[in-house]
Design a protein around this ligand. Structure first.
Ligand SMILES: [Zn+2]
Ligand SMILES: [Zn+2]
Length: 276
């Protein structure tokens, strides 16, 4: 686990001592619920400052009366686990005191706009934090979302789908989040697991690339509703569709480099990004 202690991220001390909890039924997952910059995936150097801002906002929230950042941990898109209230301290995030006593609360750095899709690294970090709380904090096996038992959208559909799938560690043994259904892509609205990366960039070149990988990607884009001829030739039209898809993805919280080349990230997004 890539752990960042309170001292390392520059936490303020809590306003008063945390309430001790010997054990909990498990862990509830949260998200930020606001706009998170889509570009955050490329800027881990922003993450500690974001955690400080979240703590400051919580401690300034007089209606909630929080003594500290509400979460036991905050996990960034680069898989770092920022210590919040930490082990054996009651969370303030779950909605009311019985809910706070029953489960720890951890927050993934995705929002309701901008960056809305958890990276694999974020899911891995959430998994790390859950196991840390289970192994050292007396957390039981339950893994739930904030919306379980409380009226809220939190943790958003993509993270909630991952929670409902059992919060699988991404990548391990091919266990993509959400299994075969690609549910992490957001409610299963047309998304599915990508086929294996074919190992070659699909790009406009001379002589023109023509093979079954191009055909497969074109068929996928046609299935997604793009106007594209499925002929196996990566020509101007494919390049243009690719660029538009990359721009559209970036604008919808799934950042891709806009270069008109189907590389590994664009290949994966072509299948796993929800159809919008
Ligand atoms: Zn929440
Ligand atoms: Zn980060």
């Amino acid at each position: 686990m890539k752990f960042v202690s309170r001292a390392e991220w520059g936490a303020q001390p809590p306003k008063q001592d945390w309430a001790y909890v010997e054990s909990t039924l498990g862990v509830k997952v949260h998200y930020e619920g606001t706009e998170v910059p889509a570009d955050l995936v490329n800027h881990h150097e922003w993450c500690a400052g974001r955690v400080r801002d979240i703590q400051a906002a919580h401690m300034a929230n007089l209606s909630e009366g929080w003594i500290d950042v509400a979460y036991n941990a905050i996990i960034c898109p680069h898989s770092y686990v920022f210590e919040g209230r930490g082990l054996h301290h009651e969370t303030g995030a779950n909605g009311n005191q019985p809910l706070n006593r029953a489960h720890y609360g951890i927050c993934g750095m995705v929002g309701s706009s901008g960056l809305t899709q958890p990276t694999d690294a974020l899911l891995g970090g959430l998994r790390d934090a859950i196991e840390w709380l289970q192994q050292e904090g007396g957390a039981g096996p339950e893994i739930k979302g904030h919306r379980d038992g409380y009226a809220t959208d939190c943790p958003g559909d993509p993270l909630y789908a991952w929670v409902q799938a059992g919060a699988p560690r991404p990548g391990g043994g091919g266990a993509r989040p959400g299994g075969g259904g690609g549910v992490v892509g957001g409610g299963g609205s047309g998304s599915s697991s990508a086929p294996p990366w074919p190992g070659e960039d699909l790009s406009l070149r001379d002589p023109m690339l023509h093979d079954d990988n191009v055909r497969r990607w074109q068929q996928r884009m046609a299935d997604r509703g793009w106007s594209i001829t499925v002929d196996g030739w990566y020509g101007q039209q494919s390049r243009s569709v690719c660029e538009q898809f990359q721009q559209d993805s970036t604008a919808h919280g799934w950042p891709l480099v806009v270069d008109g080349v189907v590389g590994p990230a664009t290949w994966r997004a072509s299948w796993e990004r929800p159809v919008s």
